[in-house]
Ligand binder design. Structure first.
Ligand code: 5SP
Ligand code: CO
Length: 229
């Protein structure tokens, strides 16, 4: 089932992924409806443990609650110190893909392999200061690389262009990988990210700080279109 969801992520083409961090959690069903009406095809869920990052968000109950109300792929970003501890419960809760941080684990190859056995999409994320070479051992085992353009932990931060070089390098060396960028993505930064070869664009404040989600997402999609090479 989840491999189908991963295929949906691939089939979606260049897509804006609203990030559920800065949304109104007091009206999550309403937010889901508004995002669906705005044409959202994949949701990005920011799971933080207050240990790997100095922020605390949510866990399986929110994933389960969302899964009860949508068939959209749920792209779960695990900003947690022990991703394997929660991988199975997250997969059972309805996650479509699980992306762990390479900085959080000793053996990324083993972690990627164990997540793969759960039948969900496997992603690995790296912060701006982490070199691409840290991914070498696990790249053959992942479906997706999440290139952070901010330090994981908070929305509303400034875009770090170091992510663009990483995207271009990965696009060249691994043409079949799904590439995703996360942090400070808006109408100005999304175009260069697309031009660097990115497929999936995580967006928080550039959507949730706007009143009209459809207009915000349409502007972002227009900027992607404008950069399509
Ligand atoms: O994972 C994270 C932050 O750690 C991101 O998903 C942010 O939530 C994106 O927010 P903006 O930078 O777009 O405001
Ligand atoms: Co994220």
């Amino acid at each position: 089932m989840s491999q189908d969801k991963l295929q949906m992520m691939r089939d979606a083409g260049p897509s804006v992924l609203p990030s559920l961090l800065l949304c109104d959690f007091g009206d999550l069903k309403g937010e889901l409806d508004r995002l669906r009406d705005a044409g959202t095809q994949v949701l990005h869920l920011d799971v933080m443990d207050g240990h790997f990052v100095p922020n605390l968000t949510y866990g399986m109950p929110i994933v389960e609650g969302l899964r009860r109300h949508t068939d959209l792929p749920l792209d779960v970003h695990l900003m947690i110190s022990d991703p394997l501890h929660y991988a199975r419960p997250m997969a059972e809760a309805g996650a479509s893909s699980l992306t762990f941080h390479v900085e959080a684990v000793q053996d990324a190859e083993q972690v990627a392999g164990e997540i793969r056995e759960l039948g969900v999409g496997v992603g690995v994320a790296l912060n701006p200061e982490t070199p691409l070479s840290d991914l070498d051992a696990c790249l053959p085992l992942v479906d997706l690389v999440l290139v952070m353009s901010v330090d994981a932990g908070f929305g509303g931060q400034a875009f770090n262009p170091v992510a663009l070089e990483k995207l271009a390098t990965l696009r060249e060396s691994h043409p079949h990988l799904l590439l995703e960028i996360d942090g400070g993505i808006n109408s100005e930064t999304i175009g260069p990210a697309r031009a660097a070869g990115c497929d999936l664009f995580v967006v928080g404040s550039a959507i949730f700080k706007q009143h009209d989600y459809s207009a915000a997402i349409s502007a972002l999609e227009a900027a992607i279109e404008g950069a399509n090479v």
